[in-house]
Write a protein that binds this ligand. Structure first.
Ligand code: KG4
Ligand code: ZN
Length: 337
């Protein structure tokens, strides 16, 4: 089954062609960073206008790279939410138009489910249900128990900032450009992670929740101090990253023991972080747990993950009607099947 995926929930106009939810025939993404960088963050109105300008060419591009024509596609998968409403509606409108014109099924996908299924792209192993997923992106940080493609439950979440948000805000404090996560990651590789002992959030007993805002504030106070003004930014970045990794890995370790899981999946934009990828792999080896970590291109927003989630879920859900509307606050759980 060949699906065309469309993802436009935030600032990337992404399209992809994926076979059987696994084999990526093409995946293209037009990054809008140059339009948003001077504002230090994403401007929703600019993002949606760019999606309008880029969408048709992005669909053509994905098909051309896959060496296929529209008629070869068996269905259209699109991100319905959560995300920026003005951005989502562009992708949803494009997907509906294509499904209508081609008379092919339309599959609406939750963006966060997409991130989870990104971990199985270009891999052959059977789906390792039930598994635990650590989903860390710019807007979300959560631990998800995945029993099947449609049966998932959030068992732990951030109480304040998402991990990616903490990266982006700390990067800004360090004077790095936007988006900050990848730049902070690169700087951290040159520094000493033990240079400064930033606080690690310790959760109350009985919860798998986490928190990053105290860490970010502590970095801010440190940078304003005499010692901070003279500190090597690489050491600050490395020490910040060490604290984030400690918090995330402690939560993963505690969560994994609460269920009969067969694997650990790492996903979301922050999963592209080299330190986090290394920490998750090391944890998997130490605990003899198979780990699924997408390559960086499938960690950050992309449309291959949307086509993948649609493929895994279409076995359980009916195709969506052409009256489908974007939902910026789409809940994590699937509606009644
Ligand atoms: O999943 P994503 O592309 O978009 C959302 O759905 O939010 O995640 C984007 C987030 C941003 O906060 C970005 O700074 C962060 O992922 N990110 C990273 C790295 N690459 C992207 N954070 C840390 N290290 C990275 N290498
Ligand atoms: Zn995302």
């Amino acid at each position: 089954m060949i699906l065309l995926g469309i993802e436009s929930s935030c600032d990337d106009t992404a399209t992809a062609v994926v076979e059987d939810g696994r084999r990526v025939l093409s995946s293209v993404s037009t990054n809008q960073d140059e339009f948003h960088a001077k504002y230090g963050g994403i401007v929703p109105e600019i993002a949606s206008r760019q999606h309008v300008a880029l969408m048709s060419a992005a669909v053509d591009d994905a098909l051309e790279r896959a060496n296929l024509a529209l008629r070869d596609v068996h269905g259209i998968a699109v991100t319905r939410g959560p995300g920026l409403i003005g951005s989502l509606v562009v992708g949803v409108a494009a997907a509906k138009a294509l499904a209508f014109a081609l008379d092919k099924p339309l599959f609406a996908v939750n963006h966060l489910h997409g991130h989870i299924f990104a971990a199985f792209l270009d891999r052959d192993e059977a789906m390792p249900y039930p598994f635990l997923a650590l989903l860390v992106s710019g807007g979300h940080s959560q631990l998800v128990e995945v029993l099947s493609a449609v049966d998932m439950r959030i068992i732990g979440r951030t109480r304040d900032d998402a991990a990616g948000e903490a990266y982006d805000k700390t990067a800004r404090l360090l004077g790095l450009g936007y988006p900050g996560g990848p730049q902070l990651d690169a700087l951290a590789r040159k520094g000493n992670p033990k240079a400064y002992a930033f606080p690690r959030h310790r959760p109350d007993a009985g919860t798998l929740d986490m928190s990053f805002s105290g860490l970010k504030t502590s970095v801010r106070y440190f940078l304003e101090s005499e010692a901070g003004r003279n500190a090597d930014p690489a050491d600050v970045a490395a020490s910040f990253q060490a604290a984030v990794l400690d918090v995330l890995m402690a939560r993963v370790d505690a969560a994994y023991r609460t269920g009969d899981y067969q694997a650990l999946v790492l996903s979301g934009g922050v999963a592209a972080n080299s330190g986090l990828q290394h920490a998750v792999r090391a944890w998997g080896e130490a605990n003899r747990v198979p780990t699924f970590i997408p390559p960086p291109r499938y960690c950050t927003d992309n449309a291959a993950m949307i086509a993948a989630a649609a493929y895994h879920q279409q076995e359980f859900v009916r195709a969506d009607a052409l009256t489908l509307s974007a939902d910026p606050n789409l809940p994590f759980l699937l509606a009644a099947i």
